[in-house]
Design a protein. Structure first.
Length: 92
């Protein structure tokens, strides 16, 4: 059975190990950028805005709803497990 030439060359390339490049730390790009001092515009954008102060409590409300949802889920799961156990005991 004859094989096309490109298939045999592809197989030979896949079989041969790829040369490993040495890990030279001075050739790698830095993981972190250089520290640059913020300009006046950036500092002004980071300051607290009085118009947005009333929306600050939004995160606290989300945390409260999440906690109460988690508590209700735990209560429902406990009740379901209790019902399953009592049904299993009564069927014996």
């Amino acid at each position: 059975m004859a094989q096309p030439a490109f298939l045999s060359s592809l197989r030979s390339r896949l079989r041969s190990p790829q040369p490993q490049l040495p890990a030279l730390p001075h050739l790698r790009p830095p993981c972190r950028g250089f520290h640059v001092e913020l300009g006046a515009r950036e500092k002004a954008l980071l300051e607290e805005d009085t118009a947005l102060r009333r929306f600050k409590s939004y995160k606290n409300k989300v945390k409260y709803v999440s906690r109460s949802g988690n508590a209700l889920t735990a209560i429902v799961l406990t009740a379901c497990a209790y019902e399953i156990v009592t049904l299993a005991k009564s069927s014996k």
